[in-house]
Unconditional design. Structure first.
Length: 263
């Protein structure tokens, strides 16, 4: 099955991407994969409330490297020896202070007075290198193309295959995320105007490392077309993000499970 990257608040682990990129249909000229399931994620980054989110997978890809997907965007990817790369147009979900969230659930009461953060189109770029079979290092970035005041992120990760046979693949991944100043202020800072409305103290976080992730993924191929994929992970906020007035919990669980069918 093909690589999937969630457009929801939940950031699925790189190990899940690797699991799905192998594909039972890698030799086909074009592959259409459909699927659905559910994910568990914090209500917002730093929240102590969890919420369940629906996952819908519609993923079309060609042997040339082009793909269009509800989860990983519109883009192109390929490989050359141990190197891999991709470039895609994606979407960063908005953060709301009140009302219903775009993908289900309600906004947290702890964001009242903070104002809404606009959703934005993003340029998602990544490059990977297979150190040896079953161990890959990855560098990636997501830069806002619209709502540019929300800034961008940069990350690095290491993914290793723990077990693989004809029907099962289990991987473990470690990752770190860095934020530029705009992103840090948007999601973890409190401006003077926001302080007046929300009751939080003014807070101006610096750019730098803000999150670490660890996750384990498992894919089970039921047959040549059906597969079930699951992921369990933990995300931890670091440094200025961990000390933000908005942060009520620095360590949060993440999870996802879904079934997929390839044509």
């Amino acid at each position: 099955m093909k690589t999937c990257k969630s457009i929801f608040t939940l950031k699925l682990a790189p190990s899940l991407f690797v699991l799905l990129s192998g594909g039972a249909f890698a030799g086909s000229d074009a592959v259409l994969t459909i699927g659905g399931g559910a994910a568990l994620a914090p209500r917002y980054s730093g929240s102590d409330e969890n919420m369940a989110l629906p996952m819908l997978l519609l993923d079309y890809s060609t042997a040339s490297g082009f793909y269009a997907s509800t989860m990983r965007g519109l883009g192109y990817g390929g490989s050359a020896g141990p190197f891999s790369y991709s470039a895609a147009l994606g979407f960063r979900a908005p953060r709301k202070e009140n009302g219903e969230l775009p993908f289900g659930g309600k906004a947290s009461k702890y964001l009242r007075g903070m104002g809404d953060v606009k959703g934005s189109a993003t340029a998602n770029l990544s490059a990977g290198y297979a150190i040896f079979e079953g161990l890959t290092v990855n560098l990636h970035t997501a830069q806002a193309l619209s709502a540019r005041e929300t800034g961008g992120t940069y990350g690095a990760g290491l993914t290793g295959t723990l077990f693989k046979d004809a029907g099962n693949t289990v991987t473990l991944s470690l990752g770190f995320e860095m934020a530029d100043k705009k992103y840090a202020q948007t999601y973890y800072g409190v401006s003077a105007q926001q302080a007046l409305k929300s009751g939080y103290k003014v807070y101006k976080p610096k750019a730098g490392m803000y999150q670490a992730d660890v996750a384990m993924s498992w894919q089970h191929k039921v047959d040549e077309r059906w597969a079930v994929t699951g992921m369990l992970g933990v995300s931890g906020l670091l440094r200025d993000a961990a000390n933000s007035p908005l942060t009520r919990r620095t360590t949060s669980p993440t999870a996802a499970v879904y079934a997929s069918y390839g044509f």
